[in-house]
Design a protein around this ligand. Structure first.
Ligand code: IPE
Ligand code: IPE
Ligand code: MG
Length: 231
């Protein structure tokens, strides 16, 4: 793929875990487990293809509406993910980062996140952002509060200042958004950052999404004409 223009930053909505499990008469949680396994596979593929940043939507500010047992499972899964996969991510020279309001997470989940950030902070090959208790609208509200706290005046407010106060501060906007799982919507993901991102939707469910599916999405991206409003 080296001859093609590779997106620097890919964002993925990790959707379809529950339906994947249902298709096999298994509990929804087994879909989440398989979805977490797939994170490592796709992170490796992204690194192989030369992507710099991979942003994964793992738990939204709206996902708290789900049954407490599923929410609890997902919070524990994150801890297990960090405990079992951190070594592999370090070997792959990936740094882990989290986007969202982590303050609302259970203490143990939060600790696992901070531990992963600390242990991977110097890694350079791929940045993996996990959006956890993330909502695009919540992120904008948070950014406004930050800006006001810092004492900026009306004339200081610029698009750049807003970007600098989002959870993604310092990172480029995604070039390509992939949503597996068949839904054609953003579900409150990166609504500020996706202004000029190329969108790609597929019916493949996230646990089934392979390196070949990723290649296909990147190939579609390479055929897009990004005009940014110009000619
Ligand atoms: C995505 O899979 C994972 C989370 C939102 C945590 P879903 O759980 O939404 O799976 P479906 O959409 O019900 O199949
Ligand atoms: C979006 O998936 C959120 C994540 C994948 C984390 P949902 O399954 O929550 O989205 P909706 O409900 O179909 O919009
Ligand atoms: Mg879903």
């Amino acid at each position: 793929m080296t001859e093609l223009k590779i997106p620097n930053h890919i964002a993925i909505v990790l959707d379809g875990n529950g339906r994947w499990a249902k298709k096999q008469n298994r509990p929804r949680t087994s879909g989440h487990k398989e979805g977490a396994e797939n994170v490592i596979r796709i992170a490796k593929s992204c690194k192989k293809f030369g992507v710099d940043t991979l942003t994964l939507y793992a738990f939204s500010t709206e996902n708290w509406k789900r049954p407490a047992s599923e929410v609890g499972f997902l919070m524990d899964l994150l801890i297990k993910f960090v405990n079992t996969k951190l070594k592999e991510l370090i070997e792959e020279d990936c740094s882990l980062n989290f986007l969202g309001d982590l303050s609302k997470l259970p203490a143990k989940t939060k600790e696992a996140c901070f531990d992963a950030i600390e242990k991977t902070k110097d890694n350079k090959s791929l940045v993996v952002n996990i959006a956890l208790n993330y909502g695009g609208r919540d992120e904008i509200v948070h950014a406004f509060k930050e800006i006001i706290k810092k004492g900026y005046a009306i004339d200081d407010i610029t698009e750049e200042l807003i970007s600098d106060n989002l959870y993604t501060r310092g990172q480029s906007d995604p070039d390509l958004l992939i949503r597996p799982g068949g839904e054609i919507r953003l579900s409150n993901f990166l609504i500020y950052q996706l202004a000029y991102t190329e969108l790609y939707f597929t019916d493949v469910l996230w646990p089934d999404f392979t390196e070949d599916d990723l290649r296909e999405a990147i190939l579609a991206f390479t055929k897009r004409d990004r005009r940014y409003g110009g000619l």
